[in-house]
Design a protein around this ligand. Structure first.
Ligand SMILES: *[C@@H]1O[C@H](CO)[C@@H](O)[C@H](O)[C@H]1NC(C)=O
Ligand SMILES: *[C@@H]1O[C@H](CO)[C@@H](O)[C@H](O)[C@H]1NC(C)=O
Ligand SMILES: *[C@@H]1O[C@H](CO)[C@@H](O)[C@H](O)[C@H]1NC(C)=O
Ligand SMILES: *[C@@H]1O[C@H](CO)[C@@H](O)[C@H](O)[C@H]1NC(C)=O
Ligand SMILES: *[C@@H]1O[C@H](CO)[C@@H](O)[C@H](O)[C@H]1NC(C)=O
Ligand SMILES: *[C@@H]1O[C@H](CO)[C@@H](O)[C@H](O)[C@H]1NC(C)=O
Ligand SMILES: *[C@@H]1O[C@H](CO)[C@@H](O)[C@H](O)[C@H]1NC(C)=O
Ligand SMILES: *[C@@H]1O[C@H](CO)[C@@H](O)[C@H](O)[C@H]1NC(C)=O
Ligand SMILES: *[C@@H]1O[C@H](CO)[C@@H](O)[C@H](O)[C@H]1NC(C)=O
Length: 450
Protein backbone atom coordinates (compact mmCIF):
# COMPACT_ATOMS: atom_id res chain seq x y z
CA UNK A 1 0.00 0.00 0.00
CA UNK A 2 2.72 2.40 1.05
CA UNK A 3 4.59 1.49 -2.10
CA UNK A 4 1.63 2.43 -4.25
CA UNK A 5 1.30 5.75 -2.45
CA UNK A 6 5.00 6.37 -2.94
CA UNK A 7 4.71 5.45 -6.60
CA UNK A 8 1.77 7.83 -7.07
CA UNK A 9 3.65 10.59 -5.28
CA UNK A 10 6.67 9.92 -7.46
CA UNK A 11 4.58 9.92 -10.63
CA UNK A 12 2.90 13.18 -9.61
CA UNK A 13 6.35 14.61 -8.94
CA UNK A 14 7.61 13.50 -12.33
CA UNK A 15 4.47 14.72 -14.04
CA UNK A 16 4.67 18.14 -12.45
CA UNK A 17 4.50 21.12 -14.76
CA UNK A 18 7.54 23.31 -14.54
CA UNK A 19 7.60 26.95 -13.51
CA UNK A 20 9.69 28.94 -16.00
CA UNK A 21 9.27 32.55 -14.97
CA UNK A 22 7.35 34.88 -12.73
CA UNK A 23 6.63 38.56 -13.24
CA UNK A 24 4.99 40.71 -10.58
CA UNK A 25 3.39 44.13 -10.72
CA UNK A 26 2.48 45.70 -7.42
CA UNK A 27 1.34 48.90 -5.80
CA UNK A 28 3.55 50.46 -3.13
CA UNK A 29 2.60 50.07 0.53
CA UNK A 30 0.79 52.56 2.77
CA UNK A 31 1.96 56.15 2.38
CA UNK A 32 1.43 59.65 3.75
CA UNK A 33 -1.28 61.75 2.05
CA UNK A 34 -0.84 63.47 -1.30
CA UNK A 35 -3.92 65.72 -1.41
CA UNK A 36 -4.35 68.89 0.56
CA UNK A 37 -7.82 68.45 2.03
CA UNK A 38 -8.60 66.95 5.45
CA UNK A 39 -6.07 68.04 8.08
CA UNK A 40 -3.98 69.63 5.35
CA UNK A 41 -2.28 72.25 7.48
CA UNK A 42 -1.03 69.60 9.88
CA UNK A 43 0.25 67.31 7.13
CA UNK A 44 1.83 70.21 5.29
CA UNK A 45 3.62 71.65 8.29
CA UNK A 46 5.04 68.20 9.05
CA UNK A 47 6.14 67.72 5.44
CA UNK A 48 3.88 64.72 5.14
CA UNK A 49 2.10 65.65 1.91
CA UNK A 50 4.68 63.96 -0.27
CA UNK A 51 3.24 60.44 -0.35
CA UNK A 52 6.18 58.87 1.47
CA UNK A 53 6.17 55.18 2.24
CA UNK A 54 5.40 54.79 5.95
CA UNK A 55 6.44 52.13 8.45
CA UNK A 56 3.09 50.41 7.79
CA UNK A 57 3.83 50.41 4.08
CA UNK A 58 7.28 48.92 4.63
CA UNK A 59 5.79 46.16 6.77
CA UNK A 60 3.14 45.35 4.13
CA UNK A 61 5.77 44.81 1.47
CA UNK A 62 8.11 42.99 3.82
CA UNK A 63 5.34 40.47 4.48
CA UNK A 64 4.54 40.22 0.77
CA UNK A 65 8.23 39.41 0.23
CA UNK A 66 7.96 36.64 2.84
CA UNK A 67 4.90 35.32 1.03
CA UNK A 68 6.87 35.27 -2.23
CA UNK A 69 9.70 33.46 -0.45
CA UNK A 70 7.39 30.74 0.84
CA UNK A 71 5.80 30.17 -2.57
CA UNK A 72 8.73 30.49 -4.94
CA UNK A 73 11.78 29.58 -2.85
CA UNK A 74 10.60 27.15 -0.18
CA UNK A 75 7.61 25.38 -1.79
CA UNK A 76 8.49 25.62 -5.45
CA UNK A 77 12.32 25.74 -5.16
CA UNK A 78 12.15 27.98 -8.21
CA UNK A 79 14.47 30.78 -7.10
CA UNK A 80 17.78 30.41 -5.30
CA UNK A 81 17.93 30.40 -1.50
CA UNK A 82 20.05 33.53 -1.58
CA UNK A 83 19.72 36.57 -3.79
CA UNK A 84 21.15 35.91 -7.24
CA UNK A 85 21.31 39.00 -9.42
CA UNK A 86 21.24 37.00 -12.63
CA UNK A 87 17.84 35.54 -11.72
CA UNK A 88 16.02 38.71 -10.74
CA UNK A 89 15.48 42.14 -12.26
CA UNK A 90 13.56 44.88 -10.51
CA UNK A 91 11.96 48.00 -11.95
CA UNK A 92 10.37 50.77 -9.94
CA UNK A 93 8.89 54.08 -11.01
CA UNK A 94 11.19 56.94 -10.11
CA UNK A 95 9.22 57.70 -6.96
CA UNK A 96 10.54 57.25 -3.42
CA UNK A 97 7.66 55.10 -2.20
CA UNK A 98 7.83 52.52 -5.01
CA UNK A 99 11.62 52.22 -4.72
CA UNK A 100 11.38 51.80 -0.95
CA UNK A 101 8.52 49.29 -1.36
CA UNK A 102 10.69 47.13 -3.60
CA UNK A 103 13.52 47.33 -1.05
CA UNK A 104 11.20 46.36 1.81
CA UNK A 105 9.73 43.53 -0.23
CA UNK A 106 13.11 41.98 -0.97
CA UNK A 107 14.19 42.27 2.66
CA UNK A 108 11.23 39.99 3.36
CA UNK A 109 12.18 37.64 0.56
CA UNK A 110 15.86 37.43 1.41
CA UNK A 111 15.95 38.30 5.09
CA UNK A 112 19.27 37.91 6.79
CA UNK A 113 20.84 35.58 4.30
CA UNK A 114 23.07 38.06 2.54
CA UNK A 115 26.64 37.06 1.77
CA UNK A 116 29.61 36.59 4.11
CA UNK A 117 33.04 37.95 3.26
CA UNK A 118 35.55 35.30 2.16
CA UNK A 119 37.77 33.70 4.79
CA UNK A 120 41.22 34.50 3.59
CA UNK A 121 40.96 38.13 2.63
CA UNK A 122 43.27 40.47 4.48
CA UNK A 123 41.46 42.75 6.97
CA UNK A 124 42.74 45.89 5.31
CA UNK A 125 41.02 44.88 2.06
CA UNK A 126 37.67 44.85 3.85
CA UNK A 127 37.86 48.58 4.54
CA UNK A 128 37.71 51.77 2.51
CA UNK A 129 40.91 53.79 2.22
CA UNK A 130 39.76 56.49 4.67
CA UNK A 131 41.75 56.84 7.91
CA UNK A 132 40.04 55.40 11.02
CA UNK A 133 37.31 53.69 9.00
CA UNK A 134 36.44 50.54 10.99
CA UNK A 135 33.49 48.08 10.80
CA UNK A 136 31.23 47.40 13.81
CA UNK A 137 33.10 45.22 16.30
CA UNK A 138 30.42 42.51 16.16
CA UNK A 139 30.01 42.47 12.39
CA UNK A 140 31.57 39.04 12.14
CA UNK A 141 31.77 37.52 8.67
CA UNK A 142 28.60 39.23 7.33
CA UNK A 143 29.36 41.53 4.42
CA UNK A 144 26.74 43.85 5.93
CA UNK A 145 25.73 43.64 9.58
CA UNK A 146 22.81 41.22 10.20
CA UNK A 147 23.51 39.70 6.76
CA UNK A 148 21.36 42.28 5.06
CA UNK A 149 21.04 41.77 1.31
CA UNK A 150 21.19 44.84 -0.94
CA UNK A 151 19.66 44.81 -4.38
CA UNK A 152 19.75 46.74 -7.62
CA UNK A 153 16.59 48.63 -8.65
CA UNK A 154 16.13 50.10 -12.11
CA UNK A 155 14.21 53.27 -12.77
CA UNK A 156 13.38 55.26 -15.84
CA UNK A 157 12.97 58.99 -15.52
CA UNK A 158 9.31 59.90 -15.14
CA UNK A 159 9.03 61.37 -18.63
CA UNK A 160 10.29 58.27 -20.40
CA UNK A 161 8.59 55.68 -18.22
CA UNK A 162 5.84 54.71 -20.66
CA UNK A 163 5.87 51.13 -19.34
CA UNK A 164 4.72 51.95 -15.80
CA UNK A 165 3.44 55.52 -16.07
CA UNK A 166 1.52 55.64 -19.35
CA UNK A 167 -1.57 56.63 -17.34
CA UNK A 168 -0.49 60.24 -17.28
CA UNK A 169 0.60 62.98 -19.57
CA UNK A 170 3.11 63.86 -20.92
CA UNK A 171 4.00 60.15 -21.23
CA UNK A 172 0.68 59.80 -23.05
CA UNK A 173 -0.26 63.27 -24.25
CA UNK A 174 -3.93 62.33 -24.72
CA UNK A 175 -4.29 61.06 -21.14
CA UNK A 176 -5.11 64.55 -19.85
CA UNK A 177 -7.94 64.85 -22.37
CA UNK A 178 -9.22 61.33 -21.58
CA UNK A 179 -9.40 62.26 -17.89
CA UNK A 180 -11.38 65.42 -18.48
CA UNK A 181 -13.80 63.74 -20.89
CA UNK A 182 -14.20 60.72 -18.64
CA UNK A 183 -15.53 62.90 -15.83
CA UNK A 184 -18.53 63.95 -17.91
CA UNK A 185 -19.84 60.70 -19.36
CA UNK A 186 -23.31 59.20 -18.89
CA UNK A 187 -21.81 56.49 -16.73
CA UNK A 188 -20.34 59.11 -14.38
CA UNK A 189 -23.67 60.95 -14.37
CA UNK A 190 -25.46 57.77 -13.36
CA UNK A 191 -22.92 56.97 -10.64
CA UNK A 192 -23.02 60.59 -9.40
CA UNK A 193 -26.80 60.48 -9.24
CA UNK A 194 -26.69 57.37 -7.10
CA UNK A 195 -23.95 58.98 -4.95
CA UNK A 196 -25.82 62.26 -4.57
CA UNK A 197 -27.17 61.68 -1.07
CA UNK A 198 -23.83 60.32 0.10
CA UNK A 199 -22.06 63.42 -1.24
CA UNK A 200 -24.47 65.75 0.60
CA UNK A 201 -24.19 63.75 3.82
CA UNK A 202 -20.41 63.69 3.50
CA UNK A 203 -20.21 67.47 2.96
CA UNK A 204 -22.53 68.11 5.90
CA UNK A 205 -20.51 66.02 8.30
CA UNK A 206 -17.19 67.34 6.97
CA UNK A 207 -18.45 70.93 6.91
CA UNK A 208 -17.65 71.36 3.19
CA UNK A 209 -19.58 73.51 0.71
CA UNK A 210 -21.34 70.89 -1.45
CA UNK A 211 -21.47 73.25 -4.42
CA UNK A 212 -19.51 71.65 -7.31
CA UNK A 213 -18.29 68.86 -4.98
CA UNK A 214 -18.05 65.71 -7.12
CA UNK A 215 -17.41 62.02 -6.52
CA UNK A 216 -13.85 62.75 -7.64
CA UNK A 217 -13.43 65.39 -4.95
CA UNK A 218 -14.79 62.97 -2.36
CA UNK A 219 -12.31 60.31 -3.53
CA UNK A 220 -9.41 62.62 -2.81
CA UNK A 221 -10.66 62.87 0.77
CA UNK A 222 -10.97 59.08 0.93
CA UNK A 223 -7.39 58.80 -0.28
CA UNK A 224 -6.31 60.94 2.66
CA UNK A 225 -8.47 58.92 5.09
CA UNK A 226 -6.80 55.73 3.92
CA UNK A 227 -3.44 57.26 4.83
CA UNK A 228 -4.86 58.18 8.22
CA UNK A 229 -6.34 54.76 8.94
CA UNK A 230 -3.25 52.83 7.86
CA UNK A 231 -0.83 55.08 9.72
CA UNK A 232 -2.79 56.08 12.82
CA UNK A 233 -3.19 59.75 11.91
CA UNK A 234 -6.31 61.49 13.26
CA UNK A 235 -9.66 61.03 11.51
CA UNK A 236 -12.46 63.63 11.36
CA UNK A 237 -14.59 63.11 14.46
CA UNK A 238 -17.89 64.16 12.86
CA UNK A 239 -17.73 61.73 9.95
CA UNK A 240 -20.07 58.83 10.72
CA UNK A 241 -19.00 55.25 10.02
CA UNK A 242 -22.04 54.78 7.81
CA UNK A 243 -21.15 57.81 5.66
CA UNK A 244 -17.55 56.72 5.45
CA UNK A 245 -18.56 53.25 4.22
CA UNK A 246 -20.83 54.74 1.57
CA UNK A 247 -18.10 57.12 0.43
CA UNK A 248 -15.69 54.19 0.35
CA UNK A 249 -17.86 52.22 -2.07
CA UNK A 250 -17.84 55.23 -4.41
CA UNK A 251 -14.10 55.66 -4.00
CA UNK A 252 -13.37 52.14 -5.22
CA UNK A 253 -14.52 52.90 -8.74
CA UNK A 254 -13.28 56.45 -9.22
CA UNK A 255 -9.85 55.75 -10.74
CA UNK A 256 -11.44 53.36 -13.18
CA UNK A 257 -14.02 56.01 -14.12
CA UNK A 258 -11.53 58.85 -14.32
CA UNK A 259 -8.63 57.12 -16.08
CA UNK A 260 -9.77 54.00 -17.87
CA UNK A 261 -13.38 54.26 -18.94
CA UNK A 262 -13.03 53.07 -22.50
CA UNK A 263 -11.48 49.92 -23.92
CA UNK A 264 -9.44 52.11 -26.25
CA UNK A 265 -7.88 54.01 -23.32
CA UNK A 266 -7.03 50.73 -21.62
CA UNK A 267 -5.50 49.01 -24.62
CA UNK A 268 -3.55 52.07 -25.71
CA UNK A 269 -2.04 52.90 -22.35
CA UNK A 270 -1.23 49.31 -21.41
CA UNK A 271 0.59 48.60 -24.70
CA UNK A 272 4.14 49.58 -23.64
CA UNK A 273 3.85 47.50 -20.46
CA UNK A 274 2.93 44.38 -22.41
CA UNK A 275 5.73 45.01 -24.90
CA UNK A 276 8.20 44.82 -22.05
CA UNK A 277 6.35 41.90 -20.47
CA UNK A 278 6.56 39.82 -23.66
CA UNK A 279 10.19 40.71 -24.16
CA UNK A 280 10.94 39.02 -20.83
CA UNK A 281 8.69 36.00 -21.40
CA UNK A 282 10.17 35.41 -24.86
CA UNK A 283 13.69 35.55 -23.47
CA UNK A 284 12.76 33.01 -20.81
CA UNK A 285 11.10 30.71 -23.35
CA UNK A 286 14.05 31.00 -25.73
CA UNK A 287 16.37 30.24 -22.80
CA UNK A 288 18.27 33.38 -23.70
CA UNK A 289 21.47 34.18 -21.83
CA UNK A 290 19.97 37.42 -20.61
CA UNK A 291 16.67 35.99 -19.37
CA UNK A 292 15.40 36.43 -15.83
CA UNK A 293 13.39 34.08 -13.66
CA UNK A 294 11.69 36.87 -11.75
CA UNK A 295 10.84 40.33 -13.09
CA UNK A 296 9.37 42.95 -10.76
CA UNK A 297 7.50 46.16 -11.49
CA UNK A 298 7.01 48.33 -8.40
CA UNK A 299 4.39 50.92 -9.26
CA UNK A 300 1.07 52.55 -8.39
CA UNK A 301 -2.67 51.93 -7.91
CA UNK A 302 -3.30 53.42 -11.35
CA UNK A 303 -0.79 51.03 -12.95
CA UNK A 304 -2.35 47.99 -11.27
CA UNK A 305 -5.86 49.13 -12.28
CA UNK A 306 -4.73 49.67 -15.89
CA UNK A 307 -3.14 46.27 -16.31
CA UNK A 308 -5.95 44.47 -14.45
CA UNK A 309 -8.40 46.15 -16.84
CA UNK A 310 -6.39 45.04 -19.87
CA UNK A 311 -6.52 41.48 -18.50
CA UNK A 312 -10.33 41.74 -18.22
CA UNK A 313 -10.28 41.01 -14.50
CA UNK A 314 -11.83 44.39 -13.78
CA UNK A 315 -13.30 47.40 -15.59
CA UNK A 316 -15.00 50.73 -14.92
CA UNK A 317 -18.15 49.24 -16.39
CA UNK A 318 -18.37 46.22 -14.11
CA UNK A 319 -17.38 48.26 -11.07
CA UNK A 320 -20.19 50.70 -11.88
CA UNK A 321 -22.62 47.81 -12.37
CA UNK A 322 -21.76 46.58 -8.89
CA UNK A 323 -22.16 50.08 -7.48
CA UNK A 324 -25.45 50.72 -9.25
CA UNK A 325 -26.81 47.34 -8.16
CA UNK A 326 -27.18 46.16 -11.75
CA UNK A 327 -26.47 42.70 -13.06
CA UNK A 328 -22.73 42.30 -13.50
CA UNK A 329 -21.75 41.16 -16.97
CA UNK A 330 -18.12 40.26 -16.24
CA UNK A 331 -18.26 37.51 -13.62
CA UNK A 332 -14.52 37.92 -13.20
CA UNK A 333 -14.85 41.49 -11.99
CA UNK A 334 -12.67 42.72 -9.15
CA UNK A 335 -14.64 45.67 -7.89
CA UNK A 336 -12.46 46.77 -4.99
CA UNK A 337 -9.89 49.56 -5.11
CA UNK A 338 -6.32 48.36 -5.82
CA UNK A 339 -5.30 48.97 -2.21
CA UNK A 340 -1.81 49.34 -0.77
CA UNK A 341 0.49 46.46 -1.80
CA UNK A 342 -2.13 44.96 -4.12
CA UNK A 343 -0.41 42.86 -6.73
CA UNK A 344 -0.65 40.94 -9.98
CA UNK A 345 1.64 37.92 -10.45
CA UNK A 346 2.10 36.13 -13.77
CA UNK A 347 3.35 32.57 -13.51
CA UNK A 348 4.72 31.16 -16.75
CA UNK A 349 4.53 27.35 -16.61
CA UNK A 350 5.50 24.63 -18.98
CA UNK A 351 2.97 21.84 -19.40
CA UNK A 352 4.67 18.53 -18.72
CA UNK A 353 2.65 16.48 -21.20
CA UNK A 354 2.99 18.63 -24.32
CA UNK A 355 5.71 21.14 -23.31
CA UNK A 356 3.35 24.01 -24.14
CA UNK A 357 3.93 27.10 -22.01
CA UNK A 358 0.89 28.50 -20.23
CA UNK A 359 0.16 31.38 -17.85
CA UNK A 360 -1.57 31.69 -14.53
CA UNK A 361 -2.37 35.09 -13.08
CA UNK A 362 -2.81 35.81 -9.41
CA UNK A 363 -4.47 38.96 -8.14
CA UNK A 364 -3.61 39.55 -4.49
CA UNK A 365 -2.59 35.93 -4.31
CA UNK A 366 -5.77 34.44 -5.80
CA UNK A 367 -5.80 32.77 -9.23
CA UNK A 368 -8.00 34.58 -11.72
CA UNK A 369 -9.91 33.32 -14.75
CA UNK A 370 -8.12 34.26 -17.96
CA UNK A 371 -8.45 34.70 -21.69
CA UNK A 372 -12.26 34.90 -21.78
CA UNK A 373 -12.42 31.35 -20.44
CA UNK A 374 -13.76 29.68 -17.35
CA UNK A 375 -10.23 28.61 -16.48
CA UNK A 376 -7.28 30.00 -14.58
CA UNK A 377 -4.91 28.48 -17.11
CA UNK A 378 -4.30 30.11 -20.48
CA UNK A 379 -1.86 28.88 -23.06
CA UNK A 380 0.83 31.46 -23.57
CA UNK A 381 0.36 31.53 -27.33
CA UNK A 382 -3.32 32.28 -26.90
CA UNK A 383 -2.67 34.94 -24.28
CA UNK A 384 -0.13 36.66 -26.48
CA UNK A 385 -2.49 36.57 -29.45
CA UNK A 386 -5.28 38.15 -27.41
CA UNK A 387 -3.06 40.90 -26.02
CA UNK A 388 -1.48 41.64 -29.39
CA UNK A 389 -4.88 41.72 -31.06
CA UNK A 390 -6.25 44.21 -28.56
CA UNK A 391 -3.09 46.30 -28.23
CA UNK A 392 -3.45 49.94 -29.22
CA UNK A 393 -0.91 51.99 -31.07
CA UNK A 394 0.66 53.92 -28.22
CA UNK A 395 2.49 56.50 -30.33
CA UNK A 396 -0.50 57.37 -32.49
CA UNK A 397 -3.35 57.04 -30.03
CA UNK A 398 -1.53 58.94 -27.32
CA UNK A 399 -0.53 61.59 -29.81
CA UNK A 400 3.08 61.53 -28.77
CA UNK A 401 4.67 64.67 -30.03
CA UNK A 402 7.74 63.63 -31.88
CA UNK A 403 10.10 66.57 -32.03
CA UNK A 404 9.92 67.77 -35.62
CA UNK A 405 13.23 67.50 -37.39
CA UNK A 406 14.06 71.07 -38.10
CA UNK A 407 15.70 71.31 -41.48
CA UNK A 408 17.60 74.46 -41.89
CA UNK A 409 16.68 74.70 -45.55
CA UNK A 410 16.35 78.06 -47.18
CA UNK A 411 12.83 78.50 -48.52
CA UNK A 412 12.40 78.54 -52.30
CA UNK A 413 11.08 82.09 -52.42
CA UNK A 414 14.23 83.29 -50.71
CA UNK A 415 16.49 81.38 -53.10
CA UNK A 416 14.53 82.76 -56.07
CA UNK A 417 14.72 86.29 -54.75
CA UNK A 418 18.42 85.92 -54.08
CA UNK A 419 19.04 84.66 -57.62
CA UNK A 420 16.99 87.50 -59.10
CA UNK A 421 18.86 89.91 -56.86
CA UNK A 422 22.25 88.52 -57.94
CA UNK A 423 21.19 88.63 -61.61
CA UNK A 424 20.17 92.27 -61.21
CA UNK A 425 23.43 93.15 -59.43
CA UNK A 426 25.50 91.35 -62.07
CA UNK A 427 23.41 93.13 -64.72
CA UNK A 428 24.11 96.46 -63.07
CA UNK A 429 27.83 95.63 -62.90
CA UNK A 430 28.00 94.80 -66.58
CA UNK A 431 26.01 97.91 -67.36
CA UNK A 432 28.41 99.90 -65.14
CA UNK A 433 31.45 98.45 -66.89
CA UNK A 434 29.82 99.15 -70.25
CA UNK A 435 29.05 102.72 -69.20
CA UNK A 436 32.59 103.16 -67.85
CA UNK A 437 34.09 101.90 -71.07
CA UNK A 438 31.82 104.17 -73.05
CA UNK A 439 32.87 107.17 -70.98
CA UNK A 440 36.56 106.31 -71.34
CA UNK A 441 36.11 105.86 -75.05
CA UNK A 442 34.29 109.14 -75.23
CA UNK A 443 37.08 110.76 -73.20
CA UNK A 444 39.91 109.36 -75.40
CA UNK A 445 37.98 110.40 -78.43
CA UNK A 446 37.49 113.82 -76.87
CA UNK A 447 41.17 114.15 -75.85
CA UNK A 448 42.23 112.95 -79.27
CA UNK A 449 39.96 115.54 -80.78
CA UNK A 450 41.37 118.19 -78.53
C1 LIG B 1 22.71 32.45 -10.36
O1 LIG B 1 21.74 32.17 -11.34
C2 LIG B 1 22.29 31.78 -12.59
C3 LIG B 1 21.16 31.72 -13.58
O2 LIG B 1 20.08 31.02 -13.09
C4 LIG B 1 23.06 30.50 -12.44
O3 LIG B 1 23.61 30.14 -13.68
C5 LIG B 1 24.15 30.69 -11.39
O4 LIG B 1 24.80 29.49 -11.15
C6 LIG B 1 23.58 31.22 -10.10
N1 LIG B 1 24.66 31.58 -9.21
C7 LIG B 1 24.72 31.14 -7.98
C8 LIG B 1 25.88 31.63 -7.19
O5 LIG B 1 23.90 30.39 -7.52
C1 LIG C 1 12.21 61.67 -2.66
O1 LIG C 1 12.56 62.13 -1.39
C2 LIG C 1 13.31 63.32 -1.39
C3 LIG C 1 13.78 63.63 0.00
O2 LIG C 1 12.76 63.48 0.95
C4 LIG C 1 12.48 64.44 -1.98
O3 LIG C 1 13.21 65.63 -2.01
C5 LIG C 1 12.10 64.06 -3.39
O4 LIG C 1 11.25 65.03 -3.94
C6 LIG C 1 11.42 62.70 -3.43
N1 LIG C 1 11.31 62.34 -4.81
C7 LIG C 1 10.28 61.73 -5.32
C8 LIG C 1 10.31 61.50 -6.80
O5 LIG C 1 9.34 61.32 -4.66
C1 LIG D 1 -27.61 55.83 -17.29
O1 LIG D 1 -28.93 55.72 -16.77
C2 LIG D 1 -29.94 55.85 -17.74
C3 LIG D 1 -31.29 55.92 -17.03
O2 LIG D 1 -31.36 54.95 -16.03
C4 LIG D 1 -29.85 54.67 -18.71
O3 LIG D 1 -30.84 54.78 -19.69
C5 LIG D 1 -28.50 54.71 -19.37
O4 LIG D 1 -28.32 53.57 -20.19
C6 LIG D 1 -27.39 54.73 -18.31
N1 LIG D 1 -26.11 54.94 -18.98
C7 LIG D 1 -25.02 54.27 -18.71
C8 LIG D 1 -23.82 54.55 -19.53
O5 LIG D 1 -24.97 53.45 -17.81
C1 LIG E 1 -18.75 75.23 -10.58
O1 LIG E 1 -18.72 74.51 -11.79
C2 LIG E 1 -19.06 75.29 -12.93
C3 LIG E 1 -19.13 74.36 -14.13
O2 LIG E 1 -18.14 73.39 -14.08
C4 LIG E 1 -18.04 76.41 -13.10
O3 LIG E 1 -18.40 77.20 -14.21
C5 LIG E 1 -18.02 77.25 -11.84
O4 LIG E 1 -17.00 78.23 -11.93
C6 LIG E 1 -17.75 76.39 -10.60
N1 LIG E 1 -17.89 77.20 -9.43
C7 LIG E 1 -17.02 77.15 -8.41
C8 LIG E 1 -17.32 78.05 -7.26
O5 LIG E 1 -16.05 76.43 -8.41
C1 LIG F 1 -13.04 69.36 -7.07
O1 LIG F 1 -11.95 68.93 -7.86
C2 LIG F 1 -11.63 69.79 -8.91
C3 LIG F 1 -10.59 69.12 -9.77
O2 LIG F 1 -9.58 68.57 -9.01
C4 LIG F 1 -11.14 71.10 -8.33
O3 LIG F 1 -10.82 72.00 -9.36
C5 LIG F 1 -12.26 71.70 -7.48
O4 LIG F 1 -11.81 72.86 -6.86
C6 LIG F 1 -12.72 70.71 -6.44
N1 LIG F 1 -13.90 71.25 -5.83
C7 LIG F 1 -14.11 71.25 -4.53
C8 LIG F 1 -15.41 71.84 -4.09
O5 LIG F 1 -13.32 70.80 -3.75
C1 LIG G 1 12.33 33.89 -29.35
O1 LIG G 1 12.10 32.90 -30.34
C2 LIG G 1 11.03 33.19 -31.22
C3 LIG G 1 10.80 32.02 -32.14
O2 LIG G 1 11.88 31.18 -32.19
C4 LIG G 1 11.35 34.47 -31.98
O3 LIG G 1 10.28 34.80 -32.84
C5 LIG G 1 11.56 35.59 -31.00
O4 LIG G 1 11.95 36.77 -31.66
C6 LIG G 1 12.62 35.23 -29.98
N1 LIG G 1 12.61 36.27 -28.97
C7 LIG G 1 13.70 36.74 -28.40
C8 LIG G 1 13.51 37.82 -27.39
O5 LIG G 1 14.81 36.32 -28.66
C1 LIG H 1 -7.18 41.91 -3.19
O1 LIG H 1 -7.97 41.21 -4.11
C2 LIG H 1 -9.23 40.79 -3.61
C3 LIG H 1 -9.91 40.04 -4.70
O2 LIG H 1 -9.12 38.99 -5.16
C4 LIG H 1 -10.03 41.99 -3.18
O3 LIG H 1 -11.25 41.59 -2.62
C5 LIG H 1 -9.24 42.82 -2.18
O4 LIG H 1 -9.93 44.00 -1.90
C6 LIG H 1 -7.90 43.15 -2.75
N1 LIG H 1 -7.13 43.85 -1.77
C7 LIG H 1 -6.47 44.97 -2.04
C8 LIG H 1 -5.69 45.54 -0.91
O5 LIG H 1 -6.52 45.52 -3.12
C1 LIG I 1 -10.94 41.08 -22.98
O1 LIG I 1 -12.29 41.14 -23.37
C2 LIG I 1 -12.47 41.57 -24.71
C3 LIG I 1 -13.96 41.76 -24.94
O2 LIG I 1 -14.67 40.65 -24.55
C4 LIG I 1 -11.86 40.53 -25.64
O3 LIG I 1 -12.00 40.95 -26.97
C5 LIG I 1 -10.38 40.39 -25.30
O4 LIG I 1 -9.83 39.36 -26.09
C6 LIG I 1 -10.19 40.07 -23.85
N1 LIG I 1 -8.77 40.11 -23.54
C7 LIG I 1 -8.18 39.28 -22.69
C8 LIG I 1 -6.71 39.43 -22.48
O5 LIG I 1 -8.78 38.43 -22.06
C1 LIG J 1 -16.72 27.27 -14.36
O1 LIG J 1 -16.10 26.08 -13.94
C2 LIG J 1 -16.47 25.65 -12.66
C3 LIG J 1 -15.65 24.43 -12.26
O2 LIG J 1 -14.66 24.15 -13.19
C4 LIG J 1 -17.95 25.33 -12.65
O3 LIG J 1 -18.35 24.94 -11.35
C5 LIG J 1 -18.73 26.56 -13.07
O4 LIG J 1 -20.10 26.26 -13.16
C6 LIG J 1 -18.24 27.08 -14.41
N1 LIG J 1 -18.89 28.35 -14.70
C7 LIG J 1 -19.32 28.67 -15.91
C8 LIG J 1 -19.95 30.02 -16.03
O5 LIG J 1 -19.21 27.95 -16.85
Amino acid sequence: MLNIVLLVVLLVELQADKLIQIQALWRHGARTPIYCNWNCMYFRSHEMLEGYLTATGMRQHYVLGQWMRKRYIEDNKFLSETFNASEITIYATDVNRTIMSAMSNFQGMYSNNGPDVPNNVEDSFLKPPNPNAEPDVDIGKSALRFNIQVLPIHMRTALTDIQLRAYGSPQCAQAARFQIENQHTDLVKNVSEKAHDTLIQFCNEMNIDPYNFTIFNMSEYMDTFYSSIYNDYPMPTNLKKETYDKADSTYSLTIALKLYQTWKQITTQSAPFFDQFFEYTEKALNKSQTSFKYVVYSAHDVTVQLIASALNITSAECMAQVYLGQEVQNKNCIYTYPGFASNIIWELWQDDTNNEPYLKILYNGTEMNLCNQNSTKCFYKHFKELINAQKGNFQNDCDIEIEPIIEYRVPIWMTTLTIIFIVIIVGFCFYGIYLYKQIRQDRTLLSQNL
